[in-house]
Design a protein around this ligand. Structure first.
Ligand SMILES: Nc1ncnc2c1ncn2[C@@H]1O[C@H](COP(=O)(O)OP(=O)(O)OP(=O)(O)O)[C@@H](O)[C@H]1O
Length: 451
């Protein structure tokens, strides 16, 4: 029997079992093994057997506990390789999540002869979609692109027997609901529907009723779904002003400048692998990424304002560990899985507590140790912390000596070497900074006082 990974209770099960009692298809078991999954997580143990029976399902489990594998396996079980045409339709709220799901499902199905999964997302040519979907059994799309393909009769639905909604609470929001209504109306009546998220409110559960029939509901957390191994802190950022009459934009500039400096200090203090910094403004993201790059941190930024090609490139750089820091918006607050991210910093705050939980859940993936630091400078910042407190989330001040918990993710040799190279470069840069200043001063001195 496989040895359990050194991970928190969020992903450990009491039973000493692997995936074989849950899944009988050998190809899928091989795919799981090749993807590096030896033992199921609690949500996988509970939801896979139910999903395989063909019942409708609503499943909630904390961020990063393996929900994609659940619906990936259910989808592969639903696929008949002898049938031509798409058989599973998955919807995700962002293009980045859709691409990521597609990669996971393709990996899980890698041993199934002739299996293909395709991502259908906006910002890329639709013509290519049309060709790919003809050879794919599983399709993963964003609502807008799926709607465009369906309304132009380019996506046949008569062979679809499973409908998957990932980040279902987001899909039920006003932004996406009309598109989901439309997509659903185009699917065959007889099908299985499953919905997943880390956070579900009662109102959202009610609105899901239209899409599921007599669903089995699995709720793995009764309280606030914070991850056991993610330590959350707040740190006060001092703003250097005593002018009550100061123009708001000048005040805002000072707040951001002070927050950027606080981030610089934090990155030097905490020994992180990769860090995601959340801001609410595109221009601030660009500014902060440029500043951190100047400070020697390999930094990228992503927001919906970038072209799709640039968005995919920066995600790939982050996944390849070519970046240490990613400055981002709520575009990637949910669903994105980069398992080396062990530090999350909030410069600004999201609109709601659910999004906050999704943001900090970008660290601590699959029961590993993570740290989330919240920068507090303004009344708005303090008000958000107040709403966290109302939801039972209290943030202690950041301690002087901050340490990760016991479940630090192991880096492989290549990743370890990349981290070392980057650390050396940064140290060299820090040492060189005063040397450079000295040389410049010397050059100026010699200019005025030639020897
Ligand atoms: N059985 C397993 N054994 C080891 N690792 C696993 C297993 N299942 C999933 N993982 C890993 O866990 C990580 C998180 O998985 P996934 O992205 O599916 O989580 P999630 O629950 O969908 O999270 P979110 O709510 O943030 O979308 C991934 O890196 C994945 O490779």
């Amino acid at each position: 029997m496989s040895r359990p990974l050194n991970r928190s209770h969020d992903v450990q099960i009491d039973k000493d079992i692997d995936f074989s009692p849950l899944i009988h298809n050998q190809y899928i078991l091989q795919g799981l093994e090749k993807s590096g999954y030896a033992r199921p997580s609690p949500i996988q143990l509970k939801a896979i057997p139910l999903g395989r029976l063909g019942v409708d399902l609503i499943a909630q489990a904390k961020s990063g506990t393996g929900k994609t594998v659940v619906f990936g396996v259910i989808a592969l079980e639903a696929v008949n390789l002898n049938v031509k045409g798409p058989q599973v339709l998955m919807v995700a709220p962002t293009r980045e999540i859709a691409v990521q799901i597609c990669d996971v499902v393709q990996n899980l199905g890698q041993c199934m002869p002739g299996f293909h999964c395709s991502a259908l997302i906006g910002g890329l040519p639709m013509q290519a979609d049309q060709q790919r979907l003809q050879h794919s059994q599983v399709l993963v799309g964003t609502p807008g692109r799926l709607m465009a393909l369906l309304s132009s009769q380019k996506l046949p639905t008569n062979t679809i027997n499973l409908f998957v909604m990932d980040e279902a609470d987001k899909l039920m929001s006003d932004t996406f609901r009309p598109q989901i209504d439309y997509i659903y109306s185009r699917l065959p009546l007889k099908k299985q529907s499953v919905a997943f998220s880390a956070t579900f409110t009662d109102a959202l559960l009610a609105s899901l009723n239209k899409f599921v029939v007599n669903p089995h509901t699995i709720h793995l957390t009764q309280d606030v779904p914070t991850l056991e191994e993610v330590q959350q802190y707040q740190t006060a950022v001092q703003i250097d002003t005593d002018d009550a009459e100061e123009a708001p934009y000048l005040r805002a500039m000072k707040v951001y400048k002070a927050k950027y400096e606080a981030i610089g200090k934090l990155l030097s203090k905490v020994e992180f692998y990769q860090c995601m910094v959340f801001t609410n403004s595109f221009s601030r993201s660009v500014e902060l990424a440029a500043w951190l790059t100047k400070m020697g941190w390999k930094t990228g930024y992503i927001s919906s304002g970038l072209t799709q090609a640039k968005r995919l490139k920066v995600m790939e750089d982050m996944r390849q560990f070519n970046l240490r820091v990613l400055v981002c918006s709520d575009l990637i607050a949910r669903g994105i899985d980069i398992d080396r991210v062990n530090l999350v910093i909030n410069v600004d705050y999201p609109r709601d507590v659910e999004t906050y939980l999704h943001r900090i859940g970008r660290s601590g993936r699959y029961g590993t140790s993570g740290i989330a630091v919240n920068l507090v400078a303004t009344e708005d910042d303090r008000a958000f912390l107040g709403s966290l407190l109302d939801n039972g989330i209290s943030l202690p001040p950041l301690p002087e000596n901050i340490k990760y918990g016991d479940f630090t993710k192991e880096l492989d040799t290549k990743e370890g070497a990349k981290l070392q190279r980057h650390l050396h470069k940064r140290v060299a840069q820090e040492v060189n900074q005063p040397m450079k200043m000295l040389m410049i001063a010397k050059a100026i001195f010699t200019l005025f006082f030639p020897p």
